[in-house]
Design a protein around this ligand. Sequence first.
Ligand SMILES: *Cc1c(COP(=O)(O)O)cnc(C)c1O
Length: 403
Amino acid sequence: MTEGFSRSQPWMVVADRVMANTYKRQPVVFTKGQGCTLWDADGKSYLDFLAGIAVCNLGHAHPGIAAAVSRQAETLIHVSNLYYTTPQTELAAWLVDHSFADRVFFCNSGAEANEAAIKLARKYFKDRGEPDRYRIISMLQSFHGRTFGTLSATGQDKIKEGFSPILEGFDFAPFNDIDAVRNLISAKTCAILMEPVQGEGGIRAADPDYLRQVRELCDETGTLLIFDEVQTGIGRTGKLFAHEHFGVTPDIMTLAKALANGFPIGAMLSKESVAAAFVPGSHATTFGGTPIVTAAALCTLKTIESDNLLGHCREMGEYFKSKLTDLQSRHSVIKDVRGIGLLLGMELDTDGAPLVQACLEQGFVINCVQGNILRFVPPLIIQKPEIDALIACLDQMLKQVIF
Ligand SMILES: *Cc1c(COP(=O)(O)O)cnc(C)c1O
Protein backbone atom coordinates (compact mmCIF):
# COMPACT_ATOMS: atom_id res chain seq x y z
CA MET A 1 0.00 0.00 0.00
CA THR A 2 1.34 3.43 -0.91
CA GLU A 3 1.50 5.78 2.08
CA GLY A 4 -1.47 8.16 2.11
CA PHE A 5 -3.26 6.49 -0.78
CA SER A 6 -6.54 4.76 0.06
CA ARG A 7 -8.34 2.33 -2.21
CA SER A 8 -11.44 2.76 -0.02
CA GLN A 9 -11.86 6.52 -0.37
CA PRO A 10 -13.12 6.65 -4.01
CA TRP A 11 -15.76 3.99 -3.27
CA MET A 12 -17.03 5.84 -0.23
CA VAL A 13 -17.26 9.11 -2.16
CA VAL A 14 -19.32 7.50 -4.95
CA ALA A 15 -21.51 5.52 -2.54
CA ASP A 16 -22.33 8.66 -0.56
CA ARG A 17 -23.42 10.33 -3.79
CA VAL A 18 -25.50 7.56 -5.39
CA MET A 19 -26.90 5.43 -2.54
CA ALA A 20 -30.07 6.23 -0.61
CA ASN A 21 -28.95 8.05 2.49
CA THR A 22 -30.45 5.50 4.93
CA TYR A 23 -27.24 4.52 6.76
CA LYS A 24 -24.54 6.34 8.64
CA ARG A 25 -21.85 3.93 7.44
CA GLN A 26 -18.52 3.38 9.12
CA PRO A 27 -15.66 4.62 6.91
CA VAL A 28 -14.49 1.25 5.65
CA VAL A 29 -14.99 -0.73 2.43
CA PHE A 30 -14.86 -4.46 3.15
CA THR A 31 -13.71 -6.59 0.25
CA LYS A 32 -12.92 -10.01 1.72
CA GLY A 33 -13.61 -12.27 4.66
CA GLN A 34 -12.39 -15.56 6.08
CA GLY A 35 -13.64 -17.08 9.32
CA CYS A 36 -13.83 -14.27 11.90
CA THR A 37 -11.54 -11.97 9.89
CA LEU A 38 -12.47 -9.24 7.41
CA TRP A 39 -10.19 -7.26 5.10
CA ASP A 40 -10.79 -3.77 3.70
CA ALA A 41 -9.88 -2.44 0.26
CA ASP A 42 -6.46 -1.40 1.56
CA GLY A 43 -5.67 -4.88 2.87
CA LYS A 44 -6.08 -3.99 6.56
CA SER A 45 -7.54 -6.86 8.59
CA TYR A 46 -10.25 -6.72 11.24
CA LEU A 47 -11.67 -9.21 13.75
CA ASP A 48 -15.41 -9.36 13.25
CA PHE A 49 -17.57 -9.27 16.39
CA LEU A 50 -20.70 -8.28 14.50
CA ALA A 51 -20.97 -11.02 11.84
CA GLY A 52 -23.12 -8.86 9.58
CA ILE A 53 -25.52 -8.24 12.52
CA ALA A 54 -25.75 -11.77 13.94
CA VAL A 55 -25.93 -13.31 10.48
CA CYS A 56 -22.67 -15.07 9.51
CA ASN A 57 -22.70 -17.65 12.32
CA LEU A 58 -20.28 -19.97 10.48
CA GLY A 59 -17.97 -17.06 9.72
CA HIS A 60 -17.02 -15.64 6.34
CA ALA A 61 -16.20 -17.62 3.20
CA HIS A 62 -17.21 -20.91 4.81
CA PRO A 63 -16.09 -23.64 2.36
CA GLY A 64 -19.23 -25.76 2.95
CA ILE A 65 -21.54 -22.85 2.18
CA ALA A 66 -19.47 -21.83 -0.85
CA ALA A 67 -19.64 -25.40 -2.18
CA ALA A 68 -23.38 -25.83 -1.48
CA VAL A 69 -24.21 -22.52 -3.17
CA SER A 70 -21.97 -23.07 -6.21
CA ARG A 71 -23.34 -26.57 -6.67
CA GLN A 72 -26.89 -25.25 -6.50
CA ALA A 73 -26.07 -22.32 -8.81
CA GLU A 74 -24.88 -24.79 -11.42
CA THR A 75 -28.05 -26.88 -10.98
CA LEU A 76 -31.11 -24.69 -10.40
CA ILE A 77 -31.35 -21.17 -8.99
CA HIS A 78 -35.03 -20.26 -9.16
CA VAL A 79 -38.36 -21.50 -10.47
CA SER A 80 -40.91 -19.79 -8.12
CA ASN A 81 -43.20 -21.31 -5.52
CA LEU A 82 -45.65 -22.57 -8.14
CA TYR A 83 -43.59 -25.80 -8.16
CA TYR A 84 -41.95 -28.16 -5.69
CA THR A 85 -38.17 -27.93 -5.28
CA THR A 86 -35.86 -30.21 -3.32
CA PRO A 87 -33.62 -27.96 -1.14
CA GLN A 88 -36.70 -26.07 0.09
CA THR A 89 -38.49 -29.28 1.04
CA GLU A 90 -35.41 -30.64 2.80
CA LEU A 91 -34.95 -27.41 4.75
CA ALA A 92 -38.59 -27.28 5.86
CA ALA A 93 -38.41 -30.92 6.96
CA TRP A 94 -35.21 -30.22 8.92
CA LEU A 95 -36.81 -27.25 10.70
CA VAL A 96 -39.96 -29.24 11.53
CA ASP A 97 -37.80 -32.11 12.87
CA HIS A 98 -35.83 -29.75 15.11
CA SER A 99 -38.60 -27.53 16.47
CA PHE A 100 -42.11 -27.45 17.94
CA ALA A 101 -43.50 -26.53 14.52
CA ASP A 102 -45.39 -28.56 11.92
CA ARG A 103 -45.21 -26.20 8.95
CA VAL A 104 -42.85 -23.58 7.54
CA PHE A 105 -43.49 -20.58 5.29
CA PHE A 106 -40.34 -19.20 3.61
CA CYS A 107 -39.76 -15.56 2.73
CA ASN A 108 -36.75 -13.27 2.33
CA SER A 109 -36.19 -11.34 5.56
CA GLY A 110 -37.03 -10.98 9.23
CA ALA A 111 -39.60 -8.29 8.56
CA GLU A 112 -41.35 -10.52 6.03
CA ALA A 113 -41.36 -13.44 8.44
CA ASN A 114 -43.05 -11.22 11.04
CA GLU A 115 -45.50 -9.91 8.43
CA ALA A 116 -46.45 -13.51 7.70
CA ALA A 117 -46.89 -14.18 11.43
CA ILE A 118 -49.11 -11.13 11.90
CA LYS A 119 -51.24 -12.08 8.90
CA LEU A 120 -51.52 -15.70 10.08
CA ALA A 121 -52.57 -14.67 13.60
CA ARG A 122 -55.29 -12.39 12.28
CA LYS A 123 -56.58 -14.91 9.76
CA TYR A 124 -56.63 -17.70 12.34
CA PHE A 125 -59.29 -15.84 14.34
CA LYS A 126 -61.19 -14.61 11.26
CA ASP A 127 -61.52 -18.27 10.24
CA ARG A 128 -62.78 -19.16 13.73
CA GLY A 129 -65.55 -16.61 13.44
CA GLU A 130 -63.90 -14.03 15.72
CA PRO A 131 -63.32 -11.20 13.20
CA ASP A 132 -62.80 -8.54 15.89
CA ARG A 133 -59.94 -10.44 17.44
CA TYR A 134 -57.11 -8.75 15.53
CA ARG A 135 -55.05 -6.79 18.08
CA ILE A 136 -51.48 -7.78 18.92
CA ILE A 137 -49.62 -7.02 22.12
CA SER A 138 -45.92 -6.43 21.64
CA MET A 139 -43.23 -5.04 23.92
CA LEU A 140 -41.68 -1.63 24.40
CA GLN A 141 -38.08 -1.50 23.11
CA SER A 142 -38.84 -4.40 20.77
CA PHE A 143 -37.73 -4.55 17.15
CA HIS A 144 -39.67 -6.47 14.52
CA GLY A 145 -38.71 -4.84 11.20
CA ARG A 146 -39.22 -1.86 8.89
CA THR A 147 -42.25 -2.76 6.77
CA PHE A 148 -45.49 -0.99 7.69
CA GLY A 149 -46.82 -3.98 9.59
CA THR A 150 -43.63 -4.68 11.48
CA LEU A 151 -42.71 -1.08 12.26
CA SER A 152 -46.22 -0.73 13.65
CA ALA A 153 -45.47 -3.77 15.85
CA THR A 154 -42.14 -2.31 16.98
CA GLY A 155 -42.08 -0.68 20.42
CA GLN A 156 -39.73 2.18 19.56
CA ASP A 157 -41.06 5.59 18.44
CA LYS A 158 -37.92 6.51 16.47
CA ILE A 159 -38.63 3.64 14.01
CA LYS A 160 -42.09 5.07 13.26
CA GLU A 161 -41.19 8.75 12.96
CA GLY A 162 -42.42 10.34 9.74
CA PHE A 163 -44.51 7.40 8.53
CA SER A 164 -47.95 7.93 9.98
CA PRO A 165 -50.59 6.68 9.69
CA ILE A 166 -49.14 3.35 10.73
CA LEU A 167 -51.01 0.04 10.89
CA GLU A 168 -53.70 -0.07 13.52
CA GLY A 169 -54.06 -2.78 16.15
CA PHE A 170 -50.91 -2.90 18.26
CA ASP A 171 -50.69 -2.43 22.03
CA PHE A 172 -47.41 -2.11 23.91
CA ALA A 173 -46.35 -3.46 27.27
CA PRO A 174 -43.08 -2.74 29.08
CA PHE A 175 -40.80 -5.78 28.71
CA ASN A 176 -40.71 -8.20 31.66
CA ASP A 177 -43.89 -6.74 33.20
CA ILE A 178 -46.57 -9.44 33.33
CA ASP A 179 -49.14 -7.16 35.00
CA ALA A 180 -48.90 -4.76 32.08
CA VAL A 181 -49.67 -7.64 29.68
CA ARG A 182 -52.60 -8.73 31.88
CA ASN A 183 -53.97 -5.19 31.78
CA LEU A 184 -53.67 -4.89 28.00
CA ILE A 185 -55.03 -8.28 26.98
CA SER A 186 -58.67 -8.18 25.88
CA ALA A 187 -61.27 -10.07 23.86
CA LYS A 188 -59.77 -8.30 20.84
CA THR A 189 -56.23 -9.62 21.34
CA CYS A 190 -55.23 -12.28 18.82
CA ALA A 191 -51.55 -12.63 19.68
CA ILE A 192 -48.63 -11.62 21.84
CA LEU A 193 -45.51 -10.96 19.77
CA MET A 194 -42.12 -10.79 21.47
CA GLU A 195 -38.40 -11.54 21.33
CA PRO A 196 -37.17 -13.98 24.03
CA VAL A 197 -34.08 -11.75 24.20
CA GLN A 198 -34.50 -8.21 22.88
CA GLY A 199 -31.62 -7.58 20.47
CA GLU A 200 -31.89 -4.10 18.96
CA GLY A 201 -33.58 -2.98 22.18
CA GLY A 202 -30.36 -3.52 24.15
CA ILE A 203 -29.67 -7.26 24.69
CA ARG A 204 -32.35 -7.73 27.34
CA ALA A 205 -33.40 -11.30 28.14
CA ALA A 206 -36.90 -12.16 29.25
CA ASP A 207 -37.21 -13.15 32.86
CA PRO A 208 -37.97 -16.94 32.82
CA ASP A 209 -40.97 -16.54 35.17
CA TYR A 210 -42.34 -13.74 33.05
CA LEU A 211 -42.07 -15.80 29.88
CA ARG A 212 -43.84 -18.74 31.54
CA GLN A 213 -46.60 -16.42 32.77
CA VAL A 214 -47.04 -14.97 29.27
CA ARG A 215 -47.48 -18.54 27.96
CA GLU A 216 -50.02 -19.31 30.73
CA LEU A 217 -51.94 -16.13 29.96
CA CYS A 218 -52.05 -17.09 26.27
CA ASP A 219 -53.30 -20.58 27.18
CA GLU A 220 -56.02 -19.22 29.49
CA THR A 221 -57.31 -16.80 26.85
CA GLY A 222 -56.66 -18.77 23.65
CA THR A 223 -54.27 -16.06 22.48
CA LEU A 224 -51.44 -17.02 20.12
CA LEU A 225 -47.86 -16.60 21.29
CA ILE A 226 -45.41 -15.48 18.60
CA PHE A 227 -41.68 -15.53 19.28
CA ASP A 228 -39.56 -13.34 17.04
CA GLU A 229 -36.33 -15.36 16.98
CA VAL A 230 -34.94 -13.52 13.96
CA GLN A 231 -31.88 -12.48 15.97
CA THR A 232 -31.87 -15.09 18.77
CA GLY A 233 -32.42 -18.19 16.61
CA ILE A 234 -30.00 -20.51 14.77
CA GLY A 235 -27.68 -21.11 17.70
CA ARG A 236 -26.92 -17.52 18.62
CA THR A 237 -27.69 -18.10 22.32
CA GLY A 238 -26.16 -21.59 22.52
CA LYS A 239 -29.44 -23.41 21.80
CA LEU A 240 -30.89 -23.78 18.32
CA PHE A 241 -33.74 -21.47 19.41
CA ALA A 242 -33.53 -19.15 22.42
CA HIS A 243 -36.93 -20.22 23.79
CA GLU A 244 -35.42 -23.66 24.53
CA HIS A 245 -33.50 -22.03 27.42
CA PHE A 246 -36.81 -21.09 29.02
CA GLY A 247 -38.82 -24.24 28.41
CA VAL A 248 -41.56 -22.08 26.88
CA THR A 249 -42.87 -22.97 23.43
CA PRO A 250 -44.61 -20.48 21.12
CA ASP A 251 -47.40 -21.17 18.61
CA ILE A 252 -45.58 -19.27 15.88
CA MET A 253 -41.88 -18.49 15.52
CA THR A 254 -40.06 -16.28 13.03
CA LEU A 255 -36.48 -16.77 11.84
CA ALA A 256 -34.18 -14.94 9.45
CA LYS A 257 -30.73 -13.38 10.00
CA ALA A 258 -28.40 -16.38 10.50
CA LEU A 259 -30.62 -19.01 8.88
CA ALA A 260 -28.62 -19.10 5.61
CA ASN A 261 -25.35 -17.63 6.96
CA GLY A 262 -25.72 -14.44 4.91
CA PHE A 263 -28.08 -15.36 2.09
CA PRO A 264 -31.40 -13.52 2.38
CA ILE A 265 -34.05 -15.76 3.89
CA GLY A 266 -36.88 -15.56 6.40
CA ALA A 267 -39.08 -18.31 7.81
CA MET A 268 -42.34 -18.40 9.73
CA LEU A 269 -42.93 -21.65 11.61
CA SER A 270 -46.15 -22.71 13.27
CA LYS A 271 -48.13 -25.57 14.73
CA GLU A 272 -50.59 -27.34 12.43
CA SER A 273 -53.71 -25.97 14.16
CA VAL A 274 -52.54 -22.41 13.45
CA ALA A 275 -50.86 -23.07 10.10
CA ALA A 276 -54.20 -24.35 8.77
CA ALA A 277 -55.40 -20.73 8.47
CA PHE A 278 -53.09 -20.28 5.48
CA VAL A 279 -54.52 -21.90 2.33
CA PRO A 280 -53.55 -21.44 -1.34
CA GLY A 281 -53.83 -17.73 -2.10
CA SER A 282 -53.61 -16.53 1.52
CA HIS A 283 -50.01 -15.41 1.31
CA ALA A 284 -47.17 -15.64 -1.22
CA THR A 285 -43.74 -14.50 -2.31
CA THR A 286 -41.78 -14.79 -5.57
CA PHE A 287 -38.37 -15.51 -4.09
CA GLY A 288 -39.19 -17.02 -0.69
CA GLY A 289 -37.29 -20.27 -0.12
CA THR A 290 -35.67 -20.28 -3.53
CA PRO A 291 -33.37 -23.30 -4.16
CA ILE A 292 -30.06 -21.47 -3.86
CA VAL A 293 -30.90 -19.82 -0.54
CA THR A 294 -32.43 -22.92 1.01
CA ALA A 295 -29.35 -24.94 -0.04
CA ALA A 296 -27.25 -22.42 1.91
CA ALA A 297 -29.59 -22.68 4.91
CA LEU A 298 -29.53 -26.47 4.93
CA CYS A 299 -25.74 -26.44 4.89
CA THR A 300 -25.71 -23.84 7.70
CA LEU A 301 -27.95 -25.94 9.97
CA LYS A 302 -26.18 -29.23 9.25
CA THR A 303 -22.81 -27.60 9.95
CA ILE A 304 -24.03 -26.17 13.26
CA GLU A 305 -25.03 -29.72 14.17
CA SER A 306 -21.94 -31.59 12.85
CA ASP A 307 -19.42 -29.07 14.25
CA ASN A 308 -21.15 -28.92 17.67
CA LEU A 309 -21.40 -25.14 17.36
CA LEU A 310 -24.13 -24.94 20.02
CA GLY A 311 -21.77 -26.32 22.65
CA HIS A 312 -18.95 -24.16 21.35
CA CYS A 313 -21.21 -21.09 21.45
CA ARG A 314 -22.15 -21.76 25.09
CA GLU A 315 -18.49 -22.25 26.05
CA MET A 316 -17.23 -19.16 24.19
CA GLY A 317 -20.22 -17.14 25.42
CA GLU A 318 -19.41 -17.91 29.06
CA TYR A 319 -15.72 -17.14 28.52
CA PHE A 320 -16.48 -13.88 26.69
CA LYS A 321 -19.01 -12.79 29.32
CA SER A 322 -16.59 -13.50 32.18
CA LYS A 323 -13.93 -11.40 30.42
CA LEU A 324 -16.42 -8.54 29.93
CA THR A 325 -17.44 -8.78 33.60
CA ASP A 326 -13.77 -8.64 34.50
CA LEU A 327 -13.45 -5.44 32.40
CA GLN A 328 -16.46 -4.04 34.22
CA SER A 329 -14.69 -4.49 37.58
CA ARG A 330 -11.83 -2.31 36.28
CA HIS A 331 -13.76 0.40 34.38
CA SER A 332 -16.52 2.29 36.13
CA VAL A 333 -17.92 3.54 32.79
CA ILE A 334 -19.28 -0.01 32.25
CA LYS A 335 -22.69 -0.17 33.90
CA ASP A 336 -23.78 -3.69 33.00
CA VAL A 337 -22.75 -6.84 31.14
CA ARG A 338 -25.55 -9.13 29.99
CA GLY A 339 -26.79 -11.62 27.41
CA ILE A 340 -26.92 -15.33 26.65
CA GLY A 341 -24.45 -17.36 24.58
CA LEU A 342 -22.82 -15.15 21.96
CA LEU A 343 -25.53 -12.50 22.10
CA LEU A 344 -23.79 -10.19 24.56
CA GLY A 345 -24.24 -6.57 25.56
CA MET A 346 -22.15 -4.13 27.56
CA GLU A 347 -23.96 -1.03 28.76
CA LEU A 348 -21.90 2.13 29.17
CA ASP A 349 -22.91 5.25 31.03
CA THR A 350 -21.68 7.25 28.04
CA ASP A 351 -22.18 7.36 24.26
CA GLY A 352 -20.78 4.16 22.70
CA ALA A 353 -20.07 5.53 19.19
CA PRO A 354 -16.53 6.83 19.92
CA LEU A 355 -15.54 3.43 21.31
CA VAL A 356 -16.96 1.63 18.25
CA GLN A 357 -14.97 4.04 16.06
CA ALA A 358 -11.76 3.58 18.10
CA CYS A 359 -12.09 -0.22 17.97
CA LEU A 360 -12.57 -0.10 14.19
CA GLU A 361 -9.34 1.88 13.85
CA GLN A 362 -7.62 -0.80 15.95
CA GLY A 363 -9.03 -3.52 13.67
CA PHE A 364 -12.10 -4.72 15.61
CA VAL A 365 -15.64 -4.63 14.28
CA ILE A 366 -18.16 -4.08 17.06
CA ASN A 367 -21.51 -2.33 17.14
CA CYS A 368 -23.61 -0.20 19.44
CA VAL A 369 -27.39 -0.25 19.99
CA GLN A 370 -29.59 2.32 21.73
CA GLY A 371 -26.66 4.77 21.79
CA ASN A 372 -24.77 3.32 24.76
CA ILE A 373 -24.98 -0.49 24.64
CA LEU A 374 -22.15 -2.29 22.86
CA ARG A 375 -23.38 -5.44 21.14
CA PHE A 376 -21.10 -8.42 20.59
CA VAL A 377 -22.44 -11.04 18.16
CA PRO A 378 -19.37 -12.71 16.60
CA PRO A 379 -19.50 -15.77 14.36
CA LEU A 380 -20.21 -18.83 16.53
CA ILE A 381 -16.83 -20.25 15.47
CA ILE A 382 -14.97 -17.56 17.45
CA GLN A 383 -12.03 -18.78 19.59
CA LYS A 384 -10.55 -17.59 22.88
CA PRO A 385 -7.47 -15.81 21.41
CA GLU A 386 -9.78 -13.66 19.27
CA ILE A 387 -11.92 -12.79 22.29
CA ASP A 388 -8.75 -12.02 24.29
CA ALA A 389 -7.56 -9.67 21.53
CA LEU A 390 -10.81 -7.68 21.63
CA ILE A 391 -10.80 -7.55 25.43
CA ALA A 392 -7.21 -6.20 25.40
CA CYS A 393 -8.24 -3.55 22.86
CA LEU A 394 -11.30 -2.51 24.88
CA ASP A 395 -9.18 -2.37 28.03
CA GLN A 396 -6.67 -0.04 26.32
CA MET A 397 -9.40 2.17 24.84
CA LEU A 398 -11.28 2.43 28.13
CA LYS A 399 -8.11 3.56 29.89
CA GLN A 400 -7.93 6.62 27.66
CA VAL A 401 -9.38 9.80 29.10
CA ILE A 402 -12.08 10.22 26.48
CA PHE A 403 -13.93 7.29 27.99
C1 LIG B 1 -33.21 -7.87 12.40
C2 LIG B 1 -34.50 -8.16 13.05
C3 LIG B 1 -35.71 -8.09 12.35
C4 LIG B 1 -35.82 -7.60 10.94
O1 LIG B 1 -35.15 -8.41 10.04
P1 LIG B 1 -34.87 -7.89 8.54
O2 LIG B 1 -34.28 -9.08 7.87
O3 LIG B 1 -33.92 -6.74 8.67
O4 LIG B 1 -36.17 -7.47 7.97
C5 LIG B 1 -36.86 -8.46 13.01
N1 LIG B 1 -36.83 -8.89 14.29
C6 LIG B 1 -35.68 -8.95 14.99
C7 LIG B 1 -35.71 -9.44 16.40
C8 LIG B 1 -34.47 -8.59 14.41
O5 LIG B 1 -33.34 -8.62 15.11
